[in-house]
Unconditional design. Structure first.
Ligand code: CA
Length: 745
């Protein structure tokens, strides 16, 4: 082997002068070659897995003879473990690499700098970064950090960022990185799960600190596919950028012109397909041009609306909200966009209304006939003219709109245009819409975000612990394991690291009890659905703090889902504080749903989702629903859901609780909040058609945002009225509490 290696080096040395192509097989070989690269040279990494390879690619090429680093075959060089890439110098080109099964040892996976040395006139193309995440989800890093000037990042595939930190950041933190003229194009930004606090942006250009500096970054022909991280998909925090011809598909959040002036947003397509919290464009600052964009099927509201023009703060500090001035909003098409908001955020601080702006020749059509506009303050500083709509708009906007029925037809580019092409309002016919296939790379699959429950095979097993555990071991994502009738005890904690459904014979015929402190423990990659089962705590250890299901106690990186349907849970009372479901610290559920189930004799809580108590804006679950369950003798609460802090970068948590019956819930002496339902900082709450009988009350604490709480049509029997407290807002409480009735004992 050693001999071969030497021979190999003899071979490449002899070619150095003429060919300039160096195939290297180890980091040491790379190192030797990398030290003496000349214009026109190419370093080729041999196919295979490279572990813990911290690549420094530092060289000077020329415009006509760049220095390149590439893969023997594109997609077959895998950088894993603690690998990363730093570029420094000029006219460099890196392509064809895949980063997966690891995470960046430093602050970025790919960085256009090595220490103080920046890269300029350089390009990174056709690279893949796939789920390359720091295992601590609160540890922040970038996947790509652009420094220097005139760099290009293109035709790359970035999917599955789960830890904190912007996916791609353009840094303007020194003069050498300002007015940079970077180009970010034809990239596939795949699924980014809801992060559950600030720091989940897909692209950020600048920071508030340097936001009055111009960046001249162009972002075009990229595909943002369910980039759901937080309220900002793209956060523009600098001036003179152009964001053009990008497609945003079912992406929660908005393209936000957060700081900086003179940006152009043109020819972009936002399609939400009615998915929750899908948004469009949010306008702040001076001289922003928003024209010829297409927005369809967006449901977002408030700062996450399909379109928002903000109020500013008079003489705003650099990091607050600058007044909107001279915004040109022209020729955009809005179809079935639920909310278009002007002077949004108007409050005691944000009093500077938009000035010297125009909103012209826009087409606003809502097929349900509901007008989408909300005006929060004086909008006389926006001149509305020649817009067309099919709805009755607000009186204050009426002069700027003509109302007419507009028939639409779908064009070859997938967008809907008026059948009558003489209509002046709305987008041009010649807008270019990039397809998913034309972004990223052809050689890496663009997979769907998550595997649905029950989408795989069904296997049947005997009512036996070993049979169940081995069936789970060999199951694949989406599989269903049907457990025959019978009673059995499970002696081990069953690890769930795939998407799996466990179902029984129903009507109490399949009964599982367990001997450890929990029965099922959800790990990364795991999601669990339980149906038609009976779960019994009688065989559990005689110790406090057991649970039936929990997540890993700490260090969960992947979001998970948990569903319980037609399940009966009893005898969780062998000791105190025996919960049904317990979230570990740092774990985050996309959704938790419990329906048509029976809970009886429980000394803890049903859902413990309050393990993030440091008020950092982090929480445990995005959507929680409880539907038509019967809960009897529960010493703790049905749900404790807590989101602390003052950050407003998230949409959740959401709680829906309907049609449940609670009898003697919350009265245990260890239930310190004395609540049957305890919600803190929950953004959207619906509690309706439930019966509370001899139970503790619902306690809701509102914090930041504009939390929406509805408590309606419930029956309270020997149960105190719901308590809603405003912890941040003056006055209130701001909740809809109506049609509830009180029954005698
Ligand atoms: Ca943010």
């Amino acid at each position: 082997m050693k001999k071969l290696c030497l021979l190999f080096f003899g071979f490449i040395t002899s070619f150095t002068i003429t060919a300039g192509e160096y195939l290297v097989a180890t980091p040491a070989e790379y190192q030797r070659v990398a030290e003496e690269l000349a214009p026109g040279d190419t370093v080729i990494l041999k196919n295979g897995v490279w572990t813990d390879f911290e690549i420094v690619f530092s060289a000077k090429g020329t415009k006509n003879a760049p220095v390149s680093l590439t893969a023997e075959e594109k997609g077959k060089v895998i950088l894993s473990g603690q690998s990363d890439l730093k570029l420094a110098g000029e006219y460099l080109h890196v392509s064809g690499l895949v980063f997966k099964n690891g995470f960046a040892p430093g602050s970025a996976v790919i960085e256009f700098r090595d220490g103080k040395e920046l890269a300029s006139y350089s390009r990174v193309s056709e690279v893949v970064i796939d789920n390359y995440n720091n295992p601590d989800r609160q540890e922040s890093d970038y996947w790509v950090a652009l420094y220097g000037k005139h760099n290009r990042f293109d035709h790359s595939h970035l999917a599955g960022k789960r830890n904190k930190g912007v996916t791609v950041a353009v840094r303007l933190n020194s003069e050498a990185s300002q007015e940079n003229y970077h180009q970010i194009d034809h990239n596939y930004f795949g699924f980014r799960p809801v992060f559950g606090s600030n720091g989940g942006e897909t692209l950020r250009i600048g920071t508030s600190h340097y936001s009055l500096t111009d960046s001249f970054t162009n972002v075009s022909y990229n595909y943002f596919d369910q980039t759901n991280g937080e309220v900002e998909i793209i956060s523009v925090k600098s001036g003179k950028n152009s964001i053009t011809n990008n497609v945003f598909n079912e992406a929660r959040g908005t393209l936000t012109l957060r700081h900086g002036n003179g940006n152009i947003v043109e020819d972009n397509v936002f399609t939400g397909n009615g998915k929750e919290h899908t948004g469009g464009i949010r306008v702040i600052n001076k001289n922003q041009i928003i024209k010829n964009n297409y927005l369809e099927g967006l449901t977002g509201y408030r700062f996450g609306s399909g379109f928002t023009v903000m109020n500013g703060v008079p003489d705003s500090p650099v990091n607050r909200y600058h007044q909107v001035e001279n915004a040109q909003i022209a020729g955009n098409t809005f179809i079935n966009v639920d909310h278009i908001q002007f002077a949004a955020g108007s409050d005691a601080e944000r009093t500077a209304t938009p000035v010297n702006s125009v909103f012209t020749q826009n087409l606003v059509l809502n097929q349900n006939g509901t007008q989408p506009f909300t005006v929060f303050d004086d909008v006389s500083g926006i001149r509305f003219s020649e817009n067309v709509t099919n709805t009755d708009v607000l009186a204050v906007l009426r002069n700027g709109f003509s109302k007419q029925e507009v028939a639409l037809e779908r064009a070859d580019n997938g967008l809907r245009y008026p059948a009558d092409d003489s209509l002046k309002a709305g987008i041009n016919r010649d807008i270019q819409v990039i397809t998913k296939e034309d972004t990223g790379v052809a050689w890496y699959p663009k997979l769907s975000a998550t595997t649905a429950f029950d989408s795989g095979e069904t296997v049947t097993v005997a009512a036996d612990a070993d049979a169940l555990i081995s069936a789970i071991d060999i199951a694949e994502d989406g599989d269903v394991i049907h457990i025959n009738a019978g009673k059995f005890v499970v002696p081990r904690i069953v690890k769930i690291n795939k998407v799996i459904t466990l179902t029984g014979a129903g009507n109490g015929k399949t009964e599982i009890s367990f001997e450890r402190s929990t029965l099922f423990e959800i790990h990364d990659g795991g999601s669990l659905k339980l149906t038609n089962l009976s779960l019994n705590g009688a065989a559990s250890p005689d110790a406090a703090g057991n649970s039936v299901v929990r997540t890993k106690k700490w260090g969960m990186l992947h979001n998970y889902r948990f569903v319980t349907e037609n399940v009966s849970v009893t005898q969780l009372d062998i000791n105190h504080t025996f919960h049904f479901f317990l979230s570990g610290k740092g774990a985050f559920a996309d959704s938790i749903s419990i329906a048509n189930s029976n809970f009886r004799d429980i000394t803890g809580d049903i859902l413990v989702l309050n393990t993030e108590i440091e008020d950092l804006g982090i929480y445990n679950a995005e959507y929680v629903s409880l539907t038509k369950n019967i809960l009897t003798n529960v010493a703790g609460a049905v749900v404790k859901l807590y989101r602390g802090g003052t950050d407003e970068s998230t949409f959740g948590p959401h709680l829906s609780m309907t049609g449940n019956t609670l009898r003697n819930v919350g009265k245990g002496k260890r239930n310190k909040m004395s609540a049957s339902v305890y919600l803190h900082g929950v953004q959207v709450t619906e509690i309706s058609d439930n019966q509370f009988d001899h139970s503790e009350p619902v306690i809701v604490e509102h914090t930041v945002g504009e939390p929406q709480t509805e408590i309606t049509s419930n029956i309270f029997k020997a149960t105190a009225d719901p308590k809603v407290k405003e912890l941040n807002a003056e006055g209130g409480p701001f909740a809809l509490i109506e049609n509830n009735s009180r029954q005698a004992q």
